[in-house]
Each structure stands twice: as C-alpha cells, then as structure tokens.
Design a protein around this ligand. Sequence first.
Ligand SMILES: C[S@@+](CC[C@H](N)C(=O)[O-])C[C@H]1O[C@@H](n2cnc3c(N)ncnc32)[C@H](O)[C@@H]1O
Length: 346
Amino acid sequence: MMELHDPKLKQRGRASVDFLAQMGIAAGPVLQKVGGEIAEKINTDNLPDDLDARDQTINSALSESSAYATQRLMGDWHGRNHGQIAIEAFEEILPDLQSTLDATTNGPASLELDPDLKLPAYWDGVHFHRTSGGWDGHEHMGYVHGEIIHKKMVARFFPGGIFQQRHAVAAMAPRDSYERILDMGCSSGHFTCGLANAYPDAQITGIDLSARMLEHAYRTANANGWNWKLYQRAAENCGFEDASFDLVASYILIHEIPADVVEQVFAEAFRVLEPGGDMIMSDATRYADLDKLSVWKADRGAKYGGEPFWRETASLDLAEVARKVGFVDVTAEGTYPHVVKGRKPA
Ligand SMILES: C[S@@+](CC[C@H](N)C(=O)[O-])C[C@H]1O[C@@H](n2cnc3c(N)ncnc32)[C@H](O)[C@@H]1O
C-alpha cells in the first residue's frame, strides 16, 4: 500500500508526539512494579466476579502504592492530552500538506456523505478515546487519527503490530478471492487497505458513521488508485440490497457499539450477504478467555482510554451472536484480535 503521506512533523509537534510515545515506554517499569505489588498483596483467585467490586478491591489494596498512583496519573494524562497534541502537530504541518490533500480529492474512489443521517446516540458527541468531539472532533480528524495518532503514537506502543495485524486478519477470510466486499466501520481505511491487498480483484465498499474518517479513507484510496465505494451509513442499517456482498468484514468496530447493536450489526451482515457468503468480524479479547486480573487490566484500560462499550462487548460470546442471527460453520479464534467467522447458508 502506498502511504497517503508520511507526516513530517515540525519540531514542536514532533517533540510533543515523541514525549507522549516515550511515556508509553516509560510506563513499562511502572507497570512491572505495580504487577509485583499486586502479586504481593492480592490473592487474585479470590477477586470478586463483579467487575466494579473487583476494581474497588484492587484499588483499596494499592491505595498506598506510589507506583500505582504514577500509573494512573500517566494513563490519565495520556487520555486527556493525546488528541490535542496530535491536532496541534497536524495544524503545524497543514500548509505543507495542502497540496497532497488537494491531489487526492479526485480519483477512482467514490464518497457519499449523508448530511441527513441520524447519528445514533451511542456515537454522536461521544468522546471516543477521550479525544474531544470523538471521531468527528476536528475538520481533518481523518488525517489526525489515521496518520498521526495511529502511525506516530499507537503503532509505537505495538512495535511491528497493528498494521500487519489488519493485513493478517483480512487474509483470514475463508476464500482466496472475493468479488464484492463490505468493510463495516472502515474508519480511515486501515483495515480496508488490508482487504484491498488480500483481495485485489474485489470491489470494496466501506461504511462508517464518521464523515471525517471516510474523507481520509477516500483520499487513501485515490492515492493508491483503488475504486473503493465509501458511504456514511450505520453498520446496523446499511441500506444495501439483500445479497449485495460475498464477504462482510470488520476490524475493531464491535467494541465501539453497545451489545444489543452488535447483534443488529451481525443480522445486517447476514442480510446483505449472498447465500454462501462469508462474514469475518474481529475485535477485542473476550473477557471469558482472560483470567480475573487480566480482565481487570483490560477493563481499566478501556475506562481510562475512553471506550464506553468495551466491557459489554468483551463480555459477549460473538460466536453465539453469529449463530443466533443465522450464520453456520461459525468459528472463533484468537485473543487479540478475537476473530469470528461464519457463513450464510447457501
Ligand atoms: C476503531 S475504529 C475502526 C477501525 C478501522 N476498521 C481500522 O482498521 O482502522 C471504529 C470505527 O467504527 C465507526 N463506527 C462506530 N459505530 C459504527 C456504526 N454503528 N456503523 C458504522 N461505523 C461505526 C467509528 O466511527 C470508527 O470510525
């Protein structure tokens, strides 16, 4: 995949972004120290089943711990500041970027935004990731998120990880080739790129609620000469005809929607698949596959990280949801991401 643009941050923006990324590295020894204190003070086998009670138990046991106080402070500071730091770094480079942005506003891709779309209450105005305004919180949030937050911050916490993972998951769909693929919650297009690489002959359609993310996906597609069709639509009510696709896929959409909507999304995937078509959905580690302490860590991370629906969706059995809406040959594998596949009966 050709990058839309490797953001060459200016000195001030680069220093702030580097500081934030270094904080992630500096957190390592702090987390280790907290881990040691937990092992010393808490019998993890006896932790309460209720997640809020579990959090309270661990918090009380660590109330005197300076390492734990430092960990919380770092998490909170990161959550509060990363979005603004990325936006400021972007605004410094905008004048240099303008010609690249202009050059990709035309090309083989298409983009249909819907100013009348009724955005769901669980999404509209929610500050996902504690970024002010959430996915649409800035006029260029697609670039800020897709290129700066993802590539300059998040990718540094997962060396060699998150982009390769999207490509690997895309290639896990059962068949070697598809003709019509729908990417639900395509956002700025990172997983869509994985699908485009794995199935180069397919016509790819992407949907998302966020106009700003879709604009970035559109530019990325144009920069690569891909004819993606992008629409601002909800995954649970995507408006395509029955049997429009032979593969419906998603990567880390599910943890951003309430549990009852997850079932609607799976049912919608089933509806728009042709008989015999495949679904592959991937997201956060199921709590059922983790021990009590790991669930507590994931749950706290989600709370600090501005992920309001993580707990309820990580508590779902996605394979069961897939079977419930009619999929057959359902499989579920892996921890992060947890990948669920199913087929619409022929
Ligand atoms: C974590 S991002 C997905 C990342 C993307 N698939 C990737 O690989 O980078 C979640 C995306 O899902 C979108 N989203 C959330 N709820 C949605 C819904 N009901 N329908 C469509 N998109 C939704 C958000 O706007 C956001 O862009």
